[in-house]
Design a protein around this ligand. Structure first.
Ligand code: C5P
Length: 414
């Protein structure tokens, strides 16, 4: 249970209730469970708990306004969309009666409600109401909560106890430790409703490096960003993720199992080790097509590899085509997705013929000659071809959004 939040980004929304004084401790409990915590505070919450308390504890962004951060060109007016998409869940604790009313009515006039509005459908929103019993029992408050519950919002009911008014009654938020345990239980239950729950997704990514000698290698410019985005989205959709990654500086977190390899041979061995349990296999890696026929154990000297005309010769050989090998052994219930990086006018027909040759269910074409697509950059422009003949041409979008679209297509496969 305590691993559930490892590497996850949680948005903590804090609203105006005296229980906001406990919110920094909630942030700390979330962090103890492994989460990275971004906090958003309404104006009235800031009267009870200071932004500084949260930034000192979480070392992360603390959002106090709906306006874009000054000088932040990158985000302009869309910071809430970026943050909403990168979050695994949002917890509003304490959640005031007013915030409950605003969420029900769709009034997104403060950073907390605005962020809640920008959460993707599958990302859980959990409310921990805290108020005096009179307010808690207001028919309006109960009705608002009922409507929110029906639309998929989770609620951690307050308990009975001593309230700030000095009265005893229902409306008391759980103590931070118990609250975060409850929050984790809710996330665990919510994950069972995710579309890829119980499925294992095997993803390869990054380049492979094929050694020529101890200092030189044959490689390519693949960064591993697309595979990391695919792994992230798969995990959000509830899958168990195994990521087999060639040399890449990209860090990944969460509960993904990452296996770092270097060469095509190693990638193939790792894929074949894992393939049995995989329901979906996505070969995103830019596997080197060739390696040195003989890897030298000592650093090659120019004279060792030059001929009489001063030309250098290194004998190369083909690496195994992992996808072709997968095609030979895959089960009918396994879905296999390939990638193709092509240039020029025939890019689409190359991709389509690869789909058949490698016996794939789907292929994702990347154009290496389009600005903003392919290796190294944060965006991608892909065209998806399915076995059944469907073609989906996507516009330029972030790699994360491309990954979402790719999974939407995978989930529509027969
Ligand atoms: O034939 P080509 O390299 O263009 O095919 C690209 C697809 O095949 C990608 O999905 C890539 O991961 C996979 N591939 C492979 N083994 C290789 C080369 C490519 O599995 N040796």
């Amino acid at each position: 249970m305590h691993h559930l939040l490892t590497g996850k980004q949680i948005i903590l929304g804090v609203t105006g209730s005296i229980a906001a004084v406990k919110a920094p401790m909630i942030a700390r409990e979330l962090m103890r469970a492994g989460a990275t915590v971004t906090t958003a505070l309404t104006g009235s919450a800031q009267r009870f708990a200071t932004p500084l308390a949260f930034s000192a504890l979480t070392h992360e962004e603390v959002i106090t306004s709906v306006l874009p951060r000054e000088g932040s060109k990158k985000d302009s007016g869309t910071w809430h969309i970026r943050l909403g998409r990168s979050a695994s869940a949002m917890l509003i604790a304490p959640c005031s009666a007013t915030t409950i009313g605003k969420l029900r009515a769709g009034i997104y006039d403060n950073p907390v409600t605005l962020l809640a509005s920008a959460l993707p459908r599958e990302t859980p929103l959990v409310l921990a109401p805290a108020m005096d019993e009179e307010m808690w029992l207001q028919p309006m408050v109960q009705e608002n909560l009922e409507v929110l519950r029906r639309s998929g919002v989770y609620v951690i009911d307050p308990t009975s106890g001593l309230l700030a008014s000095g009265l005893i009654g229902q409306g008391r938020m759980l103590e931070p430790e118990a609250l975060v345990i409850r929050f984790q239980q809710i996330l665990e239950r919510a994950s069972e409703h995710l579309p890829l729950f119980g499925k294992t997704v095997l993803i390869t990514g990054g380049p492979t490096f094929e050694a020529i000698d101890p200092v030189r290698f044959i490689g390519n410019r693949s960064s591993g960003k697309m595979a990391a985005a695919l792994a992230e989205v798969a995990e959000r959709l509830g899958a168990n993720v195994v990521l087999i990654m060639g040399p890449s500086p990209i860090r990944t977190n969460g509960n993904k199992r990452r296996i770092d390899i270097e060469t095509a041979d190693e990638m193939m061995a790792a894929v074949f080790n894992e393939i049995e349990d995989a329901d979906i296999i996505i070969m995103n890696a830019a596997v080197s097509d060739f390696s040195a026929a003989h890897e030298s154990k000592t650093k090659l000297k120019k004279r060792d590899i030059s001929d009489e005309n001063g030309k250098l010769k290194i004998e190369l050989q083909n690496t195994p085509d992992i996808l072709r090998e997968i095609a030979k052994i895959k089960r009918p219930d396994q879905r296999v997705i390939g990638f193709a990086l092509e240039t020029g006018n025939s890019a689409e027909s190359y991709a389509e013929s690869k789909l058949l040759e490698k016996d794939l269910d789907m292929i994702v074409l990347n154009r290496a000659d389009e600005i903003g697509a392919g290796f190294g950059v944060d965006t991608n422009k892909v065209t998806i071809f399915q076995r059944a003949g469907t073609k989906i041409e996507l516009p330029l979008m972030s790699k994360e959004d491309s990954a979402r679209e790719i999974f939407a297509s995978i989930m529509r496969l027969p």
